[in-house]
Structures are given as C-alpha cells and as structure tokens.
Design a protein around this ligand. Structure first.
Ligand code: AMP
Length: 430
C-alpha cells in the first residue's frame, strides 16, 4: 500500500517522503483514514509501530486547513492535546510533531514535570495549537491558568495502558473536565486489557477499533538465551558476560528503581561504565544518561520498564533482562529494542530460581521455550533455597530440588533446553 491512498494532502505526502517513509505501517494504513473522517479511534499499537505518525499526520491534515499565520496568541489556541505517561515519550512525540508540521504555521509545545515551569509558561502565552503534555504538569498549568483548553478539538491519550499503570487516570479525568465534550478522542495502548476497554467506553464516543499485530512475533535475527543464576550473583555474571563477549552497548532492564540504581553503581565500581535511567531521576539526569549511552561514553544503560518507555533507543546489539518482568508483555517490549531492521541482536535473561512463574508466563506468551545457556561457575547453588523474593502477587515459586530445572546438568556445558515440560514439573512440585 502507498501513502497516496490514505487521503493525505500533497504537502504531507511530501513530508513523509522527506522522512524516507515509502509505505505506511499497518497502524497508519488502518488509523489515518478513520482519523481523517473524524472518528474516535481505539488503537492497539506499541512504540515502534509508527503509531505517532498514525495520529499526528491526519490531525495535522485537519488542523492545517484553519492554520493561522497571525502573530497574536489568541489566534493560536490549543486545538490538539496529546497526553503521554512519561517525559521521554512526551519529548519524542513533540519532536515528531515538529518534524511532521515543519513548513506549516501550526505551533507546538511540550510540557512535563521535573523541569522549571517558567519557560513553559512563556511558550504557552505565545499560543500553541498542538500541546504535548504529561498529566501532572498539565494540571499545574491549568491550576495556574497558564493554559486554556476550551478550544481543544482532538485529544490523544498515548500509551494509555502506561497511564493506567502509573495511576494517572484520575488526573486525565480532571483534565477532561477542562476540554469540550464535543471533540475527537484517540486512545493508543500497547494492550487492550478490560480496564483499557472500560476507559475507552468512558472517554471515547462510538470508537473504531484498530488492532495491528502485536510484536509478539520476535524478529528472526534475534537470539534469545537465558542463564540460570542465583539473584545475588547476577551482577557478577553480567560483568562476566560483558567481558567474555566484548559487549559494547548493553541495555539492562531491572524491575525496580532502587535495583537499577544499585546495579548501576555496582557495575561502575567494578569498572564497567554504566548509567541509569528511572523515574526518580531528574529530567536532566535522564537526558544526560541517555546521551552518554547513545554516544557510547558508557557501555551499559540500566533502565526500568516505565522509564524505558518512549526512549528512542533501538537497534541495540544486546538487551539484558536482569530480572524477568512481572508482565510477560513487557518482555516483548524490552527485547524489541534489539534485532530490528535487519540487524542481529541478542536478548539475554538472567533468571533466578524464584522467577519460575515469570519465566513460565513469558514462555507461554512466546509459545516456545527460551534456550538455556550455562556458565558453570555461576549456576545456582542447588543446596540453597530460592530467595524469598518480594512478590507483588501470587505466592512464592518453590522448586523441588529433585525436579528443579536449576540442578547442575552434570559437567557438561551443553545447552539444556529449559522447556515447558520441565516447567510444568517444577510447577507441580509447588
Ligand atoms: P513510533 O511507533 O511512532 O514510535 O515510530 C517508530 C519509528 O518509526 C519512528 O522513528 C518513525 O520515524 C518511524 N516511522 C514511522 N512511520 C514510518 C513509516 N511509514 N515507514 C518507516 N518508518 C516509519
């Protein structure tokens, strides 16, 4: 399919051509005509599917018809509001808006917490048609009357599932109280949980549903491997693997902010240059960490799932799951950062005996088992009970020592398969 058939004007077709896009992605083919027709849309699409252009391009098409070149702020009311869960995603979306709206007189701005509000206020006073915002900071502006949303025509909730996870929905509801109820609403979410559908029922009017294949299909050139290891020895195993395989750019995921900080300082102390990115760090610290990683001034970037959302760091050679995520879908999001666009990539999971439930969830989602590799000196100690890890839900996984897939596979360093059957046996012993 070509972009020409979607109903975009020549100017915007020139824009996509300038960006080097030769054909629309599936979410763009499906969503752009619906959005141009003014429909509310509920779309399941993850970062990396081209979702930002899927909502920005058709809205630009609609807004540019009334674009005003006048200088007065009154001539540039906020007409499109895009809410995102994280600052990083806000910045990324705002960059895309700037790119796609180049050459038009439409003005855009981005506001997010963790930075000084004064420069944002100055920007807003000048008037912007397209505003990208995180919910908390936008409420600050509403409270200070530095923004007026009474002329918003289109509301986009980007990564609504993350907004839900991060507890932003009450803020979104408050913001909705300041926006006309007669509007077009677009909700993008990586997943369609029952809660997301409920929210769609609340925020959207008779929406069209767009579902593109999730990236459950892992790229062919992506190698997945897991290493069994006790939790307490994961950092040392990671250092061993980085040195053994001469890894130069490694994105490491941890479950918690504190875990990310601790790991980053441990690696740094052990001579592996590392920076960390998580919700407790200031915007400036995150930007610095990301730039250091992109510029290869540090080898390792440790990130939490939430902080990594919206980060434009992809096509990495290595992604490491220091711990498996609680949500299997997050495994797919994480490893999707490697092995893309034809480049080869390796996704490594360091899995301790207490993570058997999470591993089972991931393998069920993948519909296959992840091959297991062994570094003999780091194999879990079979005489030690699995650590009573803090588990947010469900009980503690417990593996019988006799049936444990963690038991040493003799002296062989062959790659044993850590398959579904063994997992069931392990589960049966709980
Ligand atoms: P997104 O899912 O919006 O984060 O987009 C992911 C990446 O895909 C961005 O770097 C876009 O520039 C790029 N992209 C968006 N649409 C297309 C397209 N039709 N063809 C090629 N790349 C695209």
């Amino acid at each position: 399919m070509s972009f020409d058939t979607l109903g975009l004007s020549a100017d915007l077709l020139a824009t996509v051509a300038r960006e080097g896009y030769t054909e629309p992605t599936p979410v763009q083919s499906a969503a752009i005509p619906l959005i141009l027709a003014g429909r509310d849309v509920l779309a399941a699409a993850q970062t990396g599917t081209g979702k930002t252009a899927a909502f920005v391009l058709p809205i630009l098409e609609r807004l540019r018809g009334h674009a005003n070149a006048g200088f007065s702020p009154a001539r540039h009311p906020v007409r499109m509001l895009i809410l995102t869960p994280t600052r990083e995603l806000a910045v990324q979306v705002a960059d895309a808006v700037k790119t796609y709206s180049r050459g038009s007189s439409l003005r855009s701005a981005v506001v997010y917490g963790g930075t000084r509000i004064d420069p944002e206020i100055k920007l807003l006073w000048k008037g912007v048609e397209i505003l990208v915002a995180t919910p908390g900071r936008l409420l600050d502006h509403i409270g200070q009357r530095t923004v007026n949303l009474s002329q918003v025509e289109v509301l986009v909730l980007d990564e609504a599932d993350r907004m839900l996870d991060m507890g932003f929905i009450p803020d979104v509801r408050k913001i909705l109280g300041h926006i006309p109820s007669q509007r077009q609403t677009l909700l993008f979410s990586a997943t369609f949980s029952d809660e997301i559908r409920r929210l769609a029922g609340e925020f959207l009017h008779n929406p069209e549903i767009v579902e593109v294949a999730a990236r459950n299909s892992i790229a062919d050139n992506l190698t997945q491997v897991l290493y069994p290891v006790d939790q307490s020895r994961k950092a040392d195993l990671l250092i061993h693997l980085i040195q053994r395989d001469h890894m130069e750019q490694v994105l490491v995921f941890t479950r918690s902010k504190i875990g990310a900080s601790r790991l980053a300082s441990y690696l740094d102390r052990r001579g592996v240059s590392t920076s960390a990115i998580h919700g407790d760090r200031s915007q400036q610290e995150r930007t610095r960490a990301l730039e250091a990683f992109r510029g290869r001034f540090v080898k390792v970037l440790v990130a939490t799932d939430v902080a990594s959302r919206g980060l434009d760091i992809e096509n990495l050679p290595y992604v490491v799951n220091f711990e498996l995520p609680f949500e299997p879908q997050d495994y797919i999001h994480r490893i999707g950062r490697t092995g893309r666009a034809g480049a080869s990539g390796t996704a490594i999971s360091l899995v301790s005996p207490d993570e058997v439930d999470e591993l089972r969830g991931v393998q069920r989602l993948l519909r296959k088992s992840i091959p297991c590799a062994v570094v003999e000196e780091f194999l879990p100690d079979p005489d030690r009970e699995p650590a009573p890890a803090a588990r947010p839900r469900g009980g503690r996984a417990h593996l019988s020592r006799t049936q444990s897939p963690w038991s040493r596979p003799g002296r062989s360093t062959a790659t044993p398969t850590y398959g579904q059957t063994q997992l069931s046996a392990a589960a049966g012993s709980r």
